[in-house]
Design a protein around this ligand. Structure first.
Ligand code: GDP
Length: 447
């Protein structure tokens, strides 16, 4: 599973795992997942460590945060981590316990489910593998000159303008140029809420054995300058290559091992709220990210991916910010945003769906009267507040909004306090449509 920072990966994994654990004794937590609904789920067990030497997902810490008084949102995903589960179940049909063949075969089947979680930003680096430093510099500088990026790039570009990139340089100058570029990316994210920020590790480094691999930045007119030994251009180009082959490529090789189902989480509501540029930028970032996966049989990057993804789910998260009807709008908007990648995946015979879900439901649906008209609202407790609010989120557009929509900002969404967990493994976690998401991704594996 993946998604850009803040899209809800930590919340999703916590909810998925705890709700699967609880579904054995309490199938009503996941009413749309067929196996528990048919009472075929026998046991769900957490495996002590994920395969492949990946750090374990910090489930104990995320549960502790949600069980605190007052409950807290757990810290977000910063690196590659995994959680393996063993799911024991009675198969349906002839292999099930209700059939003579099933009874003879002993009945119980086991699914080993490995969940891999990492910042979606890392997938933004895939195109780098096919680009030279010059090509990447040119593309990145073109992007930096446009829209809300341009004023934020000023300090970095002014610094570079003072240093002829062909003249002899030193590590200190290179580091300063890198720092300014990183500041620029950070400002793009925090001030303008942009998403297409490369390299993906500059803002989400994870645990790198050698952090100096990040010490580069794109350079203007790198294409036209002959690269002299010891020049800024040479330092940056060689670091760029080292980053590609020592950081990016090994990560994609890791992903290639056996990923066959994919869920992509997207915080569509936040992008709507952030405005036209942020919304379109998130869409471009999504398209870049989705090039990374090998669906069905065809892919531009076949050499990277051994496995083949045959089911993909795009999920707009935090859907508890909007009432029921708006959640259908949100799912439709999600589907529209990924129409092109969906077509690509379907052509390669992968099954694709789009949905809206809430991993941890913090609100309840209600109605209110505004200007003498009855409207649907949600009620919830904003984080840090003493009183619940009645929140009218406005109308979520079903298709990517036309220019006129952006005149005024879409509703600013409050951060709602999550419900306090008592015994998550037994009771599960309140959610919206996690069960439908799981059914799409796993129904055949649990059949
Ligand atoms: P990550 O960076 O992808 O791991 O994102 P997180 O799972 O940490 O989520 C980021 C923030 O989004 C959380 O701290 C919550 O404030 C909010 N959030 C995530 N999931 C939900 C949800 O299901 N409902 C609500 N209301 N907020 C959520």
């Amino acid at each position: 599973m993946t998604g850009l920072s803040g899209s809800g990966k930590t919340a999703f994994i916590t909810s998925l795992v705890e709700n699967l654990l609880s579904a054995v004794g309490r199938p009503s937590r996941l009413p749309f997942l067929q196996a528990p609904r048919d009472r075929r789920l026998v046991a769900v067990t957490l495996q002590p460590s994920p395969i492949g030497g990946v750090d374990r997902f910090p489930l104990d810490a995320t549960i502790a945060a949600l069980a605190a008084d007052p409950p807290q949102w757990p810290p977000s995903t910063t690196g590659l981590r995994g959680q393996d589960l063993s799911v024991r179940f009675f198969p349906s049909g002839v292999l099930g316990p209700d059939h003579p063949i099933g009874r003879m075969a002993g009945g119980i089947a086991e699914l080993n489910l490995g969940i891999l979680d990492y910042p979606g930003e890392w997938l933004l680096d895939l195109p780098l593998l096919g680009q030279s430093f010059e090509e990447w510099s040119r593309a990145t500088l073109q992007l930096a000159a446009r829209g809300p990026r341009a004023p934020l790039a000023r300090d970095w570009l002014e610094f570079l303008a003072r240093y002829p990139i062909g003249a002899r340089s030193d590590a200190q100058t290179a580091q300063h140029a890198h720092d300014l570029y990183r500041d620029f990316l950070l400002a793009c994210r925090t001030r303008e809420q942009l998403s297409l920020l490369q390299p993906g590790r500059f803002l989400n480094p994870g645990e790198l054995a050698d952090p100096s691999l990040l010490g580069f930045c794109p350079l203007p007119s790198a294409a036209s300058t002959r690269v002299r030994p010891g020049s800024l251009a040479e330092i940056m180009a060689s670091r760029f290559e080292a980053y590609k082959w020592n950081v990016v490529q090994p990560f994609f090789s890791h992903l290639a091992r056996g990923v066959d189902r994919q869920i992509v989480l997207v915080d569509v509501l936040r992008a709507l709220n952030a405005g036209e540029e942020a919304f379109n930028d998130q869409r471009r970032a999504l398209e870049t990210i989705l090039q990374a996966f090998r669906y069905g049989r065809r892919s531009r990057f076949q050499w990277l991916f051994g496995a083949r993804i045959d089911r993909v789910l795009f999920a707009a998260t935090k859907a508890d910010h909007v009432p029921a009807l708006q959640r259908d709008h949100l799912a439709a908007l999600m589907a529209n945003l990924v129409a092109a990648p969906t077509l690509r995946a379907e052509r390669a015979h992968a099954r694709v769906a789009a949905t809206a879900l809430a991993s941890i439901r913090c609100t309840e649906d209600g109605t209110d009267v505004i200007d003498s008209r009855k409207v649907d609202i949600v009620t919830g407790l904003p984080q840090g507040s003493e009183r619940r609010i009645r929140f009218f989120p406005g109308v979520v557009p079903v298709t990517p909004p036309p220019a006129g929509f952006w005149g005024e900002r879409f509703t600013a969404f409050p951060v709602f306090q999550p419900p306090r967990l008592r015994d998550a493994a037994a009771d599960g976690i309140a959610h919206i449509d996690i069960d439908k998401a799981l059914d799409f991704l796993l129904a055949d594996a649990l059949a």
